[in-house]
Design a protein around this ligand. Structure first.
Ligand code: NDP
Ligand code: PYC
Length: 341
């Protein structure tokens, strides 16, 4: 039995968890605005069962804020660059408040031009990516986002780690249903899941990573301590990870995953990189039919035997949380309460 299986689980209403997390962020140096945005993000991940980016991340946020590596009070600077381009300097703060600050202008541009790009740089992203795209699909827009992270993935055919775990998230409206959403690291496994496996003393499936000698390993500690992850799907995932570096860093003016040095900030965990979001207004391309066409696609996939859509596990967890409260490890909840004091 794994260590996690014998730990007590407790349940908290979403609003209570959100308020507790906001107190933690405020207590550890974030402004009111930043604390509110991060608390909603983190509580949403916990609610949806996205455990590698829920309250598991709080110690990392706290140690990073204490190290001075990230500015929890940063005020993002939004620039209206062109008909379809918005740029935000996150000013060394978190990416999500930068997105929140640019959001009204970005949506306005997407609706008028049919497409708009948001380029965020000088930003830290330590969270799941789906919360950044799903709300756009709820407004009828198609959204694609990429963010790069920190060097821990060996490009396919290379000898040394270079890429980050570099996730890609996509969201599209679907008639009479939740938006279609996927959100995936381009590494074989998210770094957060490797940390969770290490904490729980579990072995990984084969093919996730290599040890410090470049040899395949199933030991999460060997990956975390001098080893590296592999891209998912060999050369194909590697190409997508390369694309993420180009779009999230080169195109936005952010750092590549290997370009920042946090060694002078012990405790720093958040990658200082960039993020790109592309929004499309489907009514400009396909009239009002897009959401219905999405629905047809899902129905055909289901008729072909599909048992589970991407995003479906999260939506089910969300329903359960609305009914029973958000599930939390009781020890983790105690630790959160202590961090809020
Ligand atoms: P997963 O491999 O768990 O899931 C990837 C996607 O596939 C999800 O949309 C998931 O849906 C879907 N999915 C999973 N299993 C199935 C299945 N059997 N059938 C159909 N769809 C399926 O995610 P990752 O481990 O790659 O990433 C986890 C999180 O880590 C992401 O939220 C990502 O954004 C985050 N991350 C953040 C980074 C950062 O720098 N900020 C870096 C790397 C990762 P569902 O959600 O419903 O399970
Ligand atoms: O899980 O790979 C990850 C990750 C990196 C940065 C934030 N999450």
């Amino acid at each position: 039995m794994s260590a996690s299986a014998i730990r007590a689980v407790t349940h908290l209403p979403f609003s209570e968890l959100q308020a507790l997390l906001k107190r933690v962020f405020l207590r550890h140096g974030c402004s009111e605005t930043v604390a509110a945005v991060l608390a909603e993000n983190c509580a949403s991940a916990q609610r949806d069962g996205a455990h590698s980016h829920g309250v598991f991340r709080i110690p990392g946020y706290v140690s990073t804020l204490a190290s001075g590596w990230v500015d929890g009070q940063a005020r993002p600077q939004v620039t209206d660059v062109a008909a379809g381009v918005v740029r935000v300097d996150a000013m060394g703060g978190f990416a999500q408040p930068a997105l929140a600050a640019a959001r009204p202008l970005l949506v306005e541009k997407a609706r008028s031009a049919g497409i708009a790009v948001l380029a965020i740089h000088n930003s830290h992203h330590f969270a799941a990516l789906w919360p950044d795209v799903e709300p756009f699909a709820e407004q009828g827009l198609v959204a694609l986002s990429v963010v790069n992270s920190m060097t821990c993935v060996v490009p396919h055919g290379a000898r040394k780690p270079l890429f980050g775990t570099n996730p890609i998230a996509f969201a599209a409206p679907c008639a009479d249903a939740h938006p279609i959403v996927f959100d995936m690291a381009t590494s074989a496994m998210a770094h957060g899941d490797v940390q969770i496996a290490a904490r729980q003393g579990e072995q990984l499936p084969p093919g996730m990573g290599v040890d410090s000698q470049g040899q395949p390993t199933r030991d999460p500690r060997a990956i975390l301590e001098g080893g590296a992850l592999l891209p998912f799907g060999g050369h194909k995932g590697s190409a997508l990870s390369m694309m993420v570096e180009l779009l999230a860093a080169a195109l936005t003016g952010g750092h590549f995953s290997w370009e920042f040095d946090w060694s002078a900030h012990p405790g720093a965990k958040t990658p200082w990189t960039g993020q790109l979001i592309i929004l499309i207004d489907p009514t400009k391309a396909e009239g009002e039919r897009f959401a219905q066409r999405s629905r047809e696609l899902v129905e055909q996939m289901q008729a072909a035997g599909l048992q589970r859509m991407p995003g479906e596990r999260r939506y089910r967890a969300r329903e359960a949380a609305a009914r029973d409260g958000v599930a939390l490890d009781a020890q983790e909840l105690d630790a959160l309460r202590a961090l809020a004091l």
